[in-house]
Design a protein around this ligand. Structure first.
Ligand code: UT7
Length: 333
């Protein structure tokens, strides 16, 4: 049976930075509160007039991953995009990205699994490679959550940001790459984080922000309490499945929702926070895009080398959560 190896990573972030001081001008909040409760200092906000739609960001991240992997777009068999903020209800972001890339031989579709969208997409990609259905799969996480945010709700608008990340997976007989994936959902708790109809305009200071008639609603405190045990439990499952202990893990790349969630998960797993890659201070919570953006940054900054065991862990709306254990198979540079 084939193994799915990551042979390229890429990411794309909007140019515009909105820091906590900027948010103080929009809602009743402070840099001190946001930093202490979340660890977030700034986030990126996509501007449509700068060609930063979900499709644009996803396609740019994908091009960078394809370039690293040295794979021409016409060799892609499948494009799977994890997203909750595609530019249109249909067609999928994946199909719109397909056109941008000229990936004429691919089948393309989206996966909607909240902030776990990328891990769910990776699971679909891994299974299709293992089953011999595809040899080259492009997996993308792309989001423009600023379009879904209620900019009058300080409980959510301070948390989220825009961006995209992508990986190229290639089939190989060599043992390694994705060692296992686990995904779980609990629909009984869907109403802890969802989108609802709303039409408040965006703040004037964010002129150029394109919004949708839907707003995000969240019960942050209850979500927090679900996130910690769910992420820790599924990470343990990944270790058990592969007969590994925490000492075998070189790097954890978690979904970047809140530094306090990550500290609590690290404590539960008894894995040092030094092994957790975080960049939420710069980008906030970018939902499905957070793990592939982090993976790209970690690899390009030399934090992952061939043979390293890397654990990806996610949690999000649905509720959904998941873990992927990788044996990294690319050398830096
Ligand atoms: O991406 C995956 C899904 N998302 C998550 O997993 C997010 C999980 N939840 C969280 O990260 C945290 O619950 C939050 C960061 C959202 C909130 O932190 P918290 O420590 O749970 O705060 P809280 O919601 O219990 O609110 C505490 C206080 C409240 O005031 P009172 O009632 O104590 O007077 C809020 O009104 O903080 C207030 N508050 C704020 N104050 C200043 C809420 N948001 C803000 C704000 N600035 N932005």
């Amino acid at each position: 049976m084939a193994f799915a190896h990551i042979t390229g990573t890429g990411s794309a972030l909007p140019q515009r930075i909105l820091d906590n001081a900027g948010l103080e001008m929009i809602v009743d909040t402070t840099d001190e509160w946001i930093t202490r409760r979340t660890g977030i200092k700034e986030r990126r906000i996509a501007m449509i007039d700068k060609n930063e739609s979900t499709t644009d960001l996803g396609a740019l991240a994908a091009r960078r991953a394809l370039e690293m992997a040295n794979v021409p777009a016409n060799e892609i068999d499948t494009i799977i995009t994890g997203t909750v903020s595609a530019d249109r209800i249909f067609p999928s972001a994946a199909c719109m990205i397909q056109r941008e890339l000229g990936a004429e031989n691919a089948a393309a579709f989206d996966v909607s699994a909240g902030c776990s969208g990328f891990i769910y997409a990776l699971e679909m990609a891994n299974n299709s490679i293992k089953a011999g259905m595809a040899k080259t799969v492009l997996v993308i996480g792309a989001e423009r959550l600023s379009s879904l945010v209620n900019w009058q709700d300080r409980g959510t608008c301070v948390l989220l940001g825009d961006g995209a990340g992508a990986v190229v997976l290639r089939a190989s007989d060599v043992h390694g790459g994705i060692l296992s994936t686990h995904i779980k959902s609990d629909g009984r708790l869907w109403d802890l984080l969802y989108s609802e109809k709303g039409n408040q305009p965006p703040p004037e200071s964010l002129n150029g922000l394109a919004t949708t008639p839907f707003h995000l609603r969240m019960e942050g405190n209850r979500l927090f309490k679900q996130a910690v045990p769910s992420m820790a439990h599924i990470a343990e499952l990944a270790l058990q499945k592969n007969g590994m202990t925490r000492e075998d893990i070189h790097l954890v790349i978690p979904h970047q929702a809140n530094i306090r969630i990550l500290q609590a998960v690290a404590e539960k797993l008894k894995i040092s926070m030094d092994k957790f890659f975080t960049n939420l201070d710069k980008y906030g919570n970018t939902s499905s895009a957070s793990i592939p953006i982090a993976m790209d940054e970690a690899f390009r900054s030399g934090l992952m080398k061939e043979g390293d065991h890397v654990l990806l862990v996610s949690f999000g709306a649905g509720l959904t959560w998941g873990a992927t254990l990788l044996r990294w198979s690319m050398s830096p540079g």
